[in-house]
Design a binder for this molecule. Structure first.
Ligand SMILES: C[S@@+](CC[C@H](N)C(=O)[O-])C[C@H]1O[C@@H](n2cnc3c(N)ncnc32)[C@H](O)[C@@H]1O
Length: 238
């Protein structure tokens, strides 16, 4: 996550609409957006009148989120799942594949037990993740075209490249590089890592934490997931 350019290269999509539609169906009020980043999606959630706690460990991202001056009821916090309040939220949501940033089994288990602790009884946990069987990294590796962005302050043109390192076990490593176009100078080179877990691993971890009514939707439709879907959306209940 590079807060300087994140919103410019991550556009509004079907996934964002899907999450809003799912929450609407559930009739919830208090929501925690865990891994909210720059608030790219959270601001739309706020426009829908929910009471939101939005948490991310990346301080620069939270500063970008705060600078948007989002109207509505949002409390921005630098932190992680440990900062979720107990028995408080009607829903905890993690959008844009936050579930994949937890590289170890321990960090994932800790996160989902914090989420469980933080939900009211009957509360909903919702997140998406990429299906490893769809091998989306093959598409990523073929795309050599840089993304274009502007420096938020100076307005200078920037180019964003990705270098792919590949897998070690289930963890995929790549580097995101931001270059100043005119000066031909690299401004940022950030290592990113994503864990690809399969549907069964997610199901087992959610069940053992105590979640029930586990639904898995595929590719942003309210239909049961199948092995060909690029993305899975998990929805379960405390
Ligand atoms: C791909 S971004 C998604 C941001 C946002 N949810 C969205 O929809 O645009 C992944 C986010 O996960 C956050 N993250 C990394 N480690 C985390 C952790 N331990 N707990 C919560 N979020 C974390 C990153 O800082 C980053 O903002």
């Amino acid at each position: 996550m590079i807060p300087l350019v994140y919103d410019q290269i991550n556009h509004w999509g079907r996934d964002d609409e899907f999450f809003l539609a799912l929450l609407k169906k559930l009739n919830v009020e208090f929501i925690a957006d865990l891994g909210c980043g720059t608030g790219r999606w959270t601001t739309h959630l706020a426009e829908n009148g929910y009471k939101i706690t939005a948490i991310d460990p990346n301080e620069e991202a939270i500063n970008v989120a705060r600078s948007k001056g989002t109207p509505g009821n949002v409390k921005w916090m630098v932190g992680d799942s440990a900062d979720l309040q107990s028995n408080t939220y009607d829903a905890v949501i993690m959008t844009a594949n936050v579930a994949q940033v937890f590289l170890t089994d321990d960090s994932w288990k800790q996160t989902i037990s914090d989420v469980f602790r933080s939900l009211k009884v009957g509360g909903h946990f919702i997140f998406d993740t990429r299906n490893p069987l769809a091998k989306v990294w093959k598409e990523w590796e073929m795309d050599k075209t840089p993304d274009l962005a502007k420096d938020r302050l100076s307005g200078d043109s920037l180019e964003i490249y990705t270098e792919y390192d590949g897998f070690e076990g289930d963890v995929y490593t790549f580097y995101e590089i931001v270059k100043h176009t005119k000066k031909d100078k690299i401004l940022i080179r950030e290592k990113m890592q994503l864990r690809f877990r399969n549907q069964e691993e997610f199901n087992a971890s959610l069940k053992s934490t105590g979640f029930t009514q586990i639904e898995t939707y595929g590719d942003w439709e309210f239909k049961q997931a199948n092995s060909k879907n690029k993305s899975f959306i998990f929805h379960c209940v405390k």
